[in-house]
Design a protein around this ligand. Structure first.
Ligand code: FAD
Length: 376
């Protein structure tokens, strides 16, 4: 590390995964970091996250790997099933990526870990600070998520596109002996993803294609009966899981463009503020973590801020766009109907049986990426 950041003031808007990870990376490099968060307390919605090795390399480099491992489960596999519960394909993470860590974690635990580490590194987190116009400071990092004020300042108002997909999320109690793996149940026009979390909990995300408009955002409660009726025909463990749901939230999935302008030499976007994604590659938080590290590395190695922010954008734009496009494609693949569905599931079953390594190998570009090794 050089010392271009030593003593420099940095203002970050938003104390989510992106803002807090950036705060740690910058404060560890001796920047004076202030994080402005609109919420009155650091708390998170009840939901799970899958964290892949590309993000965990950053968590390790920040010195937080041991704590992350203590509060999360190591994911062994991703199992794709049809709606009846019959196996379609297995991505065996332990067998085909034995040296990598894939983790299942409650979002609240991850946010607590990051907030504690940011404060320990010297960052100041100011709560109850609703940013309405961009701060005037010399370096402003917009980590203010989906409806970023900083993104609007850089790009003007933009209108996202409703995908006609609606999602429920819920956390339920789990059996102590359940396998630490993600399961995806794919039916016509709908799919359900579930995995256990540390501490005896299980995460559920259920997505259904629907024509009625549904608001974007995570906090709208819904009646669990609606979730149960939407997935009534599903088999395997799904009925038991859905019976256990006592509280659920619903939201509409919107497709956003990757921001046209990421930075202007003074303000810069990271995380969902720059590239919101549909959740179908489980990479939104991972990209936020990658961004945070690489931005700090660019600012630390290049004393000229204009060049550092331009370099950051160059390093990140094409990867973010590729991941967002892959998530858009998965939205279609999970919900196929009729002959297309039969053909796709048959191809997946064959690949899983005869070339299981190759199935997971299609994602090498995603999981091999090492943000810590990127030359700023
Ligand atoms: C159902 C679902 C499942 C997902 N699963 C995964 C997964 O398995 N793996 C994965 O990697 N990703 C996953 N993601 C994506 C991931 O959650 C997000 O991409 C990630 O949280 C983005 O982090 P962020 O810090 O950019 O934004 P956010 O987490 O949205 O944080 C933004 C912060 O800014 C604050 N803020 C906003 N506006 C203002 C303002 N004006 N003033 C002050 N503060 C403000 C907010 O309060 C918030 O704290 C999932 C997302 C969904 C919806």
């Amino acid at each position: 590390m050089s010392s271009a950041l030593k003593g420099r003031s940095v203002t970050i808007t938003g104390a989510g995964v992106a803002g807090l990870t950036a705060a740690i990376a910058l404060a560890q490099r001796s920047a004076r970091v202030t994080v402005l968060e609109r919420a009155t307390a650091i708390r998170e919605v009840g939901a799970g996250l899958q964290l892949s090795p590309n993000a965990i390399r950053v968590i390790d480099a920040l010195g937080l790997g041991a704590e992350l491992r203590r509060i999360s489960l190591r994911s062994r596999a991703v199992r794709l099933r049809d709606a009846s519960g019959r196996p379609v394909a297995t991505l065996d993470l332990l067998r085909h990526r034995p040296n990598d860590d894939f983790r299942l974690i409650h979002r609240a635990r991850l946010i607590e870990l990051l907030a504690k580490a940011a404060r320990a590194a010297g960052a100041e987190i100011r709560l109850n600070q609703m940013v309405e116009t961009p701060p005037e400071d010399a370096l402003v990092i917009g980590a203010d998520g989906l409806r970023s004020v900083i993104r609007t300042a850089l790009n003007g108002r933009e209108v996202p596109f409703f995908t006609h997909q609606t999602a429920w999320r819920a956390v339920i109690p789990d059996h102590a002996d359940s396998r630490p793996e993600a399961q995806v149940f794919m039916g016509p026009g709908r799919h359900l993803v579930s995995y256990p979390l540390a501490g005896g909990l299980r995460n559920l995300v259920a997505v259904q294609e629907r024509h009625e408009w549904q608001q974007e955002g995570w906090s709208q409660p819904d009646d669990p009966a609606n979730l149960r009726s939407a997935f009534a025909g599903f088999g395997g463990p799904v009925p038991e899981w859905l019976d256990a749901v006592t509280e659920t939230h619903i939201w509409g999935l919107f497709r956003h463009e990757v921001a046209g302008c990421w930075q202007d030499g003074r303000m810069v976007l990271i995380g969902d503020a720059a590239h919101p994604t549909l959740p179908f590659m489980a990479q939104g938080a991972a990209m936020a973590i990658e961004d945070a590290w690489i931005l700090a590395a660019c600012l630390d190695s290049m004393p000229d801020q204009t060049s550092a922010l331009a370099r950051f954008e160059t390093l990140r734009r094409s990867r973010a766009a590729r991941i967002v496009a892959a998530a858009n494609a998965n939205a279609r693949n999970y919900h196929l109907t009729g002959p297309l569905r039969l053909a796709a599931h048959t191809a997946l079953r064959l690949a899983s049986r005869f070339a299981p390594g190759r199935l997971l190998g299609r994602f090498d570009w995603l999981y091999d990426y090492d943000p810590v090794a990127v030359t700023p």
